[in-house]
Design a binder for this molecule. Structure first.
Ligand SMILES: NC(=O)c1ccc[n+]([C@@H]2O[C@H](COP(=O)([O-])OP(=O)(O)OC[C@H]3O[C@@H](n4cnc5c(N)ncnc54)[C@H](OP(=O)(O)O)[C@@H]3O)[C@@H](O)[C@H]2O)c1
Length: 248
């Protein structure tokens, strides 16, 4: 992975991804931390001061007007090597059952959790395709070390594991993200881009809450370990942070 862009990188899972990517034994040459308000992202700013590898880019996944500038910044940094890995991590969790879910929450959840990953992927696709084309890895193979999109998902999006209706906006959007992962796989595999969905586990972040089972450190080190070995057999799959298949 010579370059990685993480969306929603100012806190929670995204911030820990950035932290651990920078500490890898063989770190990427470029780590791009996407966030809505870079001026408020104090921890990212502190990390960027100590590490030239890290570049903070302004990116609101539900606001296309923020895309052009961030694509330009990434393009300029990676040059002809392109962008190797896009981690579509930004997400929101809205509660609600059949009688209580508001259409506003449904709309916002679709914008961030489904349309966001699609739109960000579309914006960075030329750079991802460039990475796939320039890679030294055999052009018949898909690999995280060539070009890849990781869609961060949740077990709450699994139909088979569904035990309650409490989170309709969240569950339905993560289920849709699984389908998006499949559809992207059909379209992008021929261009050499691997697409996989990864479930973080239940993590102690603002979203997961204090009682969650995993620390961000445990979840992300697990996911990075899973990511290291992703190849074409994983195309379109949803996997857990431990590398198990997530039932759809
Ligand atoms: N925590 C868990 O237990 C858990 C479990 C399964 C899956 N996940 C998934 O893991 C991912 C990260 O979750 P988390 O636990 O880190 O949540 P979090 O602590 O609530 O952080 C969410 C991140 O997404 C960003 N974000 C929200 N809307 C955005 C937008 N429109 N554009 C750009 N960034 C936006 C937030 O930025 P702001 O600070 O600007 O709001 C923040 O950086 C999500 O996709 C989530 O569904 C989490």
């Amino acid at each position: 992975m010579h370059s990685v862009l993480v969306t929603g990188a100012n806190r929670g899972v995204g911030l820990e991804f950035v932290r651990q990517l920078l500490r890898l034994r063989e770190p990427p040459k470029h780590v791009f931390a996407g966030c809505r308000t870079p001026e408020d992202a104090m921890e990212l700013q502190r990390m960027a001061k100590d590490n030239q590898t890290l570049l903070i880019v302004k990116l609101d996944v539900s606001d296309e007007t923020t895309f052009a500038e961030s694509v330009e910044m990434v393009d300029k940094a990676v040059g002809e090597k392109g962008l190797a890995v896009l981690i579509n991590n930004a997400g929101i969790l809205r509660l609600g059952g059949t009688e209580t879910t508001t259409l506003a929450d449904m709309e916002e959840s679709y914008k961030v959790n489904v349309m966001g990953p699609l739109a960000v992927t579309q914006a960075f696709l030329p750079l991802l395709k460039r990475a796939a084309a320039k890679s030294e890895i055999n052009s018949h193979h898909l690999s995280i070390h060539r070009a890849a999109i990781i869609n961060i998902t949740s077990a709450l999006g699994s139909l088979q594991l569904c035990t309650s209706s409490k989170y309709i906006p969240y569950r339905t959007t993560k289920a849709a993200l699984h389908m998006l992962t499949q559809c992207m796989t059909f379209d992008l595999s021929p261009a050499g881009i691997l697409v996989v969905a990864l479930h973080t586990g239940w993590v102690r972040t603002d979203m997961g809450g204090k009682t969650a089972i995993l620390s961000p450190k445990e979840s992300i080190s697990g996911m990075l370990n899973v990511m290291r070995y992703l190849t074409e057999i994983n195309a379109g799959q949803a996997l857990t942070w431990e590398g198990r298949i997530l039932p759809w």
